[in-house]
Design a protein around this ligand. Structure first.
Ligand SMILES: Cc1cc2nc3c(=O)[nH]c(=O)nc-3n(C[C@H](O)[C@H](O)[C@H](O)COP(=O)(O)OP(=O)(O)OC[C@H]3O[C@@H](n4cnc5c(N)ncnc54)[C@H](O)[C@@H]3O)c2cc1C
Length: 498
């Protein structure tokens, strides 16, 4: 299934190369795979698996359907119809010859009308059920949008919208982008492997694959990111799949989030305004107005995406969120952490790839010009901000000692001589530690959206969350199965509150 952004001119040769590059970064087993082609202007969503169950996990309104040879099953046709809107064109693959009378009858029974040889249109004589219309392409034509927050969440949404032709203004209270948690000097993008390949493993693997495509396309390898892989090395209980021998995670990689944020914001159609801390959002007829503390208007647009981490709760409290979103926002909380950073030059050979244990250890990242080639060790996950820098360093050092004792011994002199720097910030964490993504209001024409609460996995999940959010806004194919999208849906508490 493909969805093309309007007016995109495709350079076929370049596209072939991008295909190859994008596919080489993916594990193209069964499941959903989102490939960004032609500089992200074309999204290809590759869904591999049983047709009926795959289609039942999609939420889209197809413009056109090509029916292949293996599309015989009536139940699969029923699932396909749920992805059609009135007017969806259906082209029967000509190599199959004309559909037999059974297939013709099945198509008619589902509401398709023949328009020419091998061509049909979905135009049932009966009203289409509401359930078949979800999600509506709420803003299918590009509009103006304000994104509040220029961290990795906000910048990824801005990029995804701008590539679809939107004009996006990104506001941030800080003077520069990535002034919050996304200012992390370098972090690990990594799936969370599990023996049963559970939902979080699938979600993080998809997020990882998407972020890797962005890094590959926009950043300088070896300087802003590297396809390093990582070792997962948990040494103590609880025993289970994570314990025991180190596990190699080839999809993992280190990344400088600030570089990613800046690259995303550098997309045509995006304007960044710093020193614009939004105090509240107000409705003015058909538009949202973003106002600062002095009541000055900072932006006005038909759509607003709030990506201001913890402050999202305060900002949205007065914007009439759906009760379940209000509840989720009320449960957002901070988790503080710090990363110790030391000089990697002249040390005995470390493991050359990052290691995940009770935190992450990145052995060698170029943090030039100030810090040079550096190692990074982190990070705590505390309910309270710890103002004692030395205590934080000690905790990080002890953490490394648990899963990399030789490394801990090698860097000990740097800790002792106070040659280690600390970078600290707060994560925004939700009630179930998963992001909040989607419409803030319960109305079908929602114009206020959120992408926040990335917790300890923002580098891994932000780009996927942005794709999910714009898929909902535009009625595009979902980048992950609907059951995974539900896990991060901003309105997921509704099911518990009902
Ligand atoms: C020590 C530490 C280590 C980490 N390591 C990793 C790692 O290895 N891998 C990983 O995946 N994740 C890691 N994380 C988590 C990751 O950094 C976050 O999940 C991610 O950066 C969150 O991005 P964000 O855009 O949602 O929030 P932020 O980056 O915090 O951005 C929110 C932005 O909103 C702005 N803002 C807030 N309120 C307003 C307002 N009212 N008006 C205007 N602007 C506003 C802020 O200035 C800020 O720029 C780590 C976090 C910490 C603290």
């Amino acid at each position: 299934m493909t969805d093309e952004a309007p007016q995109s001119a495709v350079n076929v040769d370049a596209e072939d190369q991008q295909w190859a590059a994008a596919l080489s970064t993916l594990d193209t087993g069964t499941g959903f795979h989102r490939l960004l082609l032609d500089g992200g202007r074309i999204s290809l969503t590759l869904c591999r698996g049983d047709t009926r169950s795959t289609l039942s996990q999609q939420k889209l309104q197809a413009d056109c359907v090509y029916l292949g040879a293996d599309f015989e099953d009536a139940a699969a046709l029923g699932a396909l119809v749920k992805c059609c809107k009135r007017g969806t064109r259906l082209q029967y693959a000509s190599a199959l010859g004309a559909p037999d009378s059974n297939a013709t009858l099945a198509l008619s029974a589902q509401g398709f009308r023949a328009t020419a040889a091998l061509q049909w249109v979905f135009d049932p004589a009966w009203p289409i059920q509401r359930s078949r219309q979800w999600p509506r392409p709420v803003w299918s034509r590009p509009q103006h949008c304000t994104v509040i927050g220029a961290g990795i969440s906000g910048a990824s949404v801005a990029r995804a919208l701008a590539l679809r032709g939107w004009q996006v203004r990104v506001l941030d209270g800080q003077g520069q982008p990535a002034g919050g948690a996304s200012g992390l000097p370098a972090g690990l993008v990594s799936p969370l492997p599990s023996e049963d390949n559970g939902p979080l493993s699938q979600l993080t693997r998809s997020g990882c694959a998407l972020m890797r495509q962005h890094a590959n396309a926009l950043l300088v390898r070896g300087q802003d990111w590297d396809a390093s892989g990582a070792w997962r090395n948990r040494t103590d209980p609880p025993a289970g799949p994570a314990a025991g021998a180190p596990q190699w995670i080839p999809e993992a990689f280190w990344l400088k989030p600030e570089a990613m944020v800046r690259a995303w914001l550098n997309t045509a159609g995006i304007a960044f305004t710093g020193h614009a801390r939004i105090h509240h959002i107000a409705r003015d007829e058909q538009e949202w107005v973003c106002l600062d503390e002095d009541g000055r208007e900072q932006a006005r647009s038909s759509v607003v995406v709030v990506a201001s981490a913890l402050d999202s709760a305060r900002l949205l409290a007065t914007a009439d969120p759906a009760p379940c979103v209000r509840e989720a926002l009320a449960r957002l909380h901070p988790r503080y952490g710090g990363v110790s950073i030391g000089n990697a030059a002249g040390l005995p050979p470390f493991p050359t790839q990052p290691v995940q244990g009770h935190g992450n250890f990145l052995p060698s990242v170029p943090l030039a010009p100030k810090l040079g080639q550096s190692w990074l060790a982190g990070a705590s996950f505390e309910a309270q901000l710890n103002a004692d820098t030395q205590a934080q360093h000690r905790a990080n050092h002890e953490r490394v000692a648990r899963y990399l004792p030789e490394v801990a011994a090698a860097v000990a002199p740097q800790f002792d001589a106070a040659q280690v720097q600390l970078w600290q910030n707060q994560r925004c964490v939700s009630h179930d530690r998963l992001p909040l993504v989607g419409a803030v209001q319960a109305t079908p024409d929602a114009s206020l959206w959120i992408s926040a609460a990335m917790g300890a996995r923002g580098l891994t999940l932000a780009a996927l969350c942005a794709e999910l959010l714009v898929a909902q806004i535009h009625g595009e194919p979902l980048p992950v199965p609907a059951r995974l999208a539900k896990l991060v849906d901003a309105q997921r508490l509704q099911r518990k509150m009902a």
